[in-house]
Design a protein around this ligand. Structure first.
Ligand SMILES: *Cc1c(COP(=O)(O)O)cnc(C)c1O
Length: 359
């Protein structure tokens, strides 16, 4: 009756990955990063399922934070980019959120607003990402200003890495050095590691880690590692064959005639397209699994459908299951075939695709 495209979310795997992050960081505190609707997995569902284990939840803005707070999430919510306007301090106070601070005007606002009970804040140090945060001099002044405020309980030093996913890069070491140089004279907690840091750079674990993509089972690292191999797949994007056709040699498939058959070819049409969030830029040869067997995309992905090679599957029929990514098809391989990263694939899944939660 219904179109079969769906994203099954394995919540037990999500919890496994969160607990793995904690284990790798030797039990340090871990902010589960669930911004952008938990990277497309559903923030409310993810947060409720993790709320008995998570130390905190990280989001990008007050709108995302309020959605969680108003749904009754207990662990503290961290605003990773801080507040965008001073009037957000009121809901931050009301729901006892933890905000990042990256600019002078935010310090001014914090000096002018008193939380009803002391709250911790994270102060961003720019160790080399050069996006948000204070330089060493500004950082020292900012810490001094925040430590004077009675309504701030703790000041936590935070920084973000530009290439912790590149295991051969020496830039992460440089950033760590810059961070310690700026922070070590203050008695404050450290919060540095994203997923790549959590998985691969133990010297970045500090007091708090901030795992994001690894919670969703995808490694950001540019090489396979033993730690990354312990991640469990969370999202399975699947659909079904809705038509099958036999084409002779020399016929094209789909828009722009990108793919031309080199032999007589059995072609499967799958109910999944770029309006579902599947990447339109996926090349011919991008892996998919039909009936649990690996095959490839042939022809351009269209809005609602895509075409796959069934030449090795003479028995495939309409209604057979297709996995676009999940346990069989590595999302990182699909990303590589579309010249992108797992993050954009996960966050790009549209509302047309029902999320189905499995515990
Ligand atoms: C998104 C984000 C993270 C998580 O990054 P991953 O690479 O997904 O682990 C960590 N810290 C900050 C500040 C972020 O914005």
């Amino acid at each position: 009756m219904a179109r079969a495209a769906q994203a099954v979310i394995d919540l037990a795997a999500l919890k496994h990955n969160y607990l793995l992050a904690k284990e790798l960081a030797s039990g340090r505190k871990a902010v589960a990063i669930i911004k952008a609707n938990a990277y497309g997995h559903g923030a409310i569902e993810a947060a409720h399922y993790l709320s008995d284990v998570a130390d905190a939840f990280g989001v990008a803005c007050i709108e995302e934070a309020l959605q969680l707070a108003e749904s009754g999430i207990e662990p503290p919510i961290v605003l990773l980019e801080g507040f965008f306007t001073a009037d957000e301090l009121e809901p931050i106070n009301r729901y006892r959120m933890m905000t990042a601070v990256h600019s002078e005007w935010q310090l001014d606002a914090l000096e002018q607003y008193a939380f009803s009970q002391p709250l911790p804040v994270l102060i961003k140090f720019d160790s080399g990402m050069h996006r948000l945060g204070f330089d060493a001099e500004g950082f020292a002044k900012a810490v001094a200003r925040l430590q004077k405020l009675d309504h701030i309980s703790d000041v936590i030093a935070m920084t973000h890495f530009a290439c912790a996913d590149e295991l051969e890069s020496d830039y992460t070491q440089q950033q760590i050095k810059n961070f310690h140089h700026a922070c070590d004279r203050f008695d404050i907690a450290h919060c540095m590691a994203n997923s790549a840091g959590t998985l691969h750079w133990p010297e970045t674990h500090g007091d708090w880690v901030r795992p994001g993509i690894m919670l969703y089972g995808a490694s950001p690292l540019d090489q396979d590692t033993a730690n990354a191999a312990r991640l469990e797949t969370v999202m399975t994007l699947s659909s079904e064959l809705i038509a099958i056709r036999e084409l002779p040699k020399g016929e094209s498939v789909g828009y722009g005639r990108r793919f031309i058959t080199e032999n007589p070819t059995r072609v499967g049409v799958v109910a999944m397209g770029y309006a579902d969030g599947y990447p339109r830029h996926a090349v011919d040869g991008t892996p998919v699994a039909v009936n649990g067997k690996m095959t490839r995309i042939i022809g351009k992905v269209s809005m609602d459908m895509m075409t796959v090679d069934l030449s090795d599957q003479p028995d495939a029929k309409v209604g057979d299951p297709v996995e676009l990514w999940g346990n069989q098809v590595d999302v990182n391989q699909v990303a590589a075939c579309a010249d992108t990263i797992s993050y954009t694939l996960f966050t790009g899944i549209t509302t047309r695709v029902p999320r189905v939660y499995k515990k």
